[in-house]
Design a protein around this ligand. Sequence first.
Ligand code: ATP
Ligand code: MG
Length: 317
Amino acid sequence: MFSSIQELSDRLESAKYVIDPITLKVIFLASRMQKPLLIEGPPGSGKTELARVVALAANTNIERLQCYEGVNEEKAIGKFDESLQRLFLTTQGASWKGDWSEIRRDLHTLNFFVEGPLLRALLSEKPCVLLIDEIDKVNEEFEAELLEILSEWQISIPKIGTIQAKSKPFVVLTSNEVRRIGDPLRRRSLYLRFEHPTVERETRILELRTAESHPEIRAQIAGFGRALRGYSLEKPPSIAEMLDFAEALRILGVREITADLRDVLLPLIAKTEPDRKRLLLRDGFQSLMQDVKHYSQGVQDTGTQSEEQLCAARARY
Ligand SMILES: Nc1ncnc2c1ncn2[C@@H]1O[C@H](COP(=O)(O)OP(=O)(O)OP(=O)(O)O)[C@@H](O)[C@H]1O
Ligand SMILES: [Mg+2]
């Protein structure tokens, strides 16, 4: 998919995805070794987006299986198109000269099958990206079936038989850790752990993904995200929410985050009642603003230094 790490890096940069050098190498290895990539981490930390940008970077398409409780083979692999089979019988059945076993055979080919994302990925002539999103939502049985497909690169479909992959997709499995993914799948995958971003990384994401042109306010927003994540909230804000936050400030024409904006900003950053109450505490928001200042100053002045400096400040909460 990629001829060198540098090529992958350049293409991810063009796709506006911010990545550290180690993660970059792991992705390159996964593509070379044709190993699934298992990514765990908090909501909004860029797991799904990574699969999307890898497809973009490789100039290929993405097949996505969105997992949920009760997802089954039909959704993942596909099913016979019964109405098409009926239509075939109605229009062709009467004039059919051959025997019925032939009709039966013809009706049970891929021509009458609505392909699900797993089958589409294996039938793709060119390697695509197969995203199996939120795999922690499926049960162990389904996980075992996936395992078989991903290790043998073939799918068995009743009445059709075994279908071999035409190409091996680049597989990305994501999990929010609702259920622990089994060891057999872990064994076969390369594992990546995503965390909330550092202030520096989030500043860069804001630079690439928002229309905000002022570096100071970008650093302040990233500092704000960092401060909120250190504030023991029930639901700390994700990268996606901080991007929305930036957009809201832009719409409001705000050039500096100040405590008097608290009430209008709360719906963007406090998404549960306990979190809302906590941020409404007298002095709560004010002290948060102190941290924002330190964090955002850190990124503007010296890069990573602020993270360590502010451990002590975080301990206050
Ligand atoms: N490293 C990154 N570089 C650029 N943008 C990012 C990055 N990480 C996250 N984002 C932004 O955050 C958004 C949310 O990320 P994404 O949907 O991938 O999160 P997720 O980890 O899949 O969350 P969930 O578990 O809720 O599905 C992306 O659409 C993108 O705009
Ligand atoms: Mg996701």
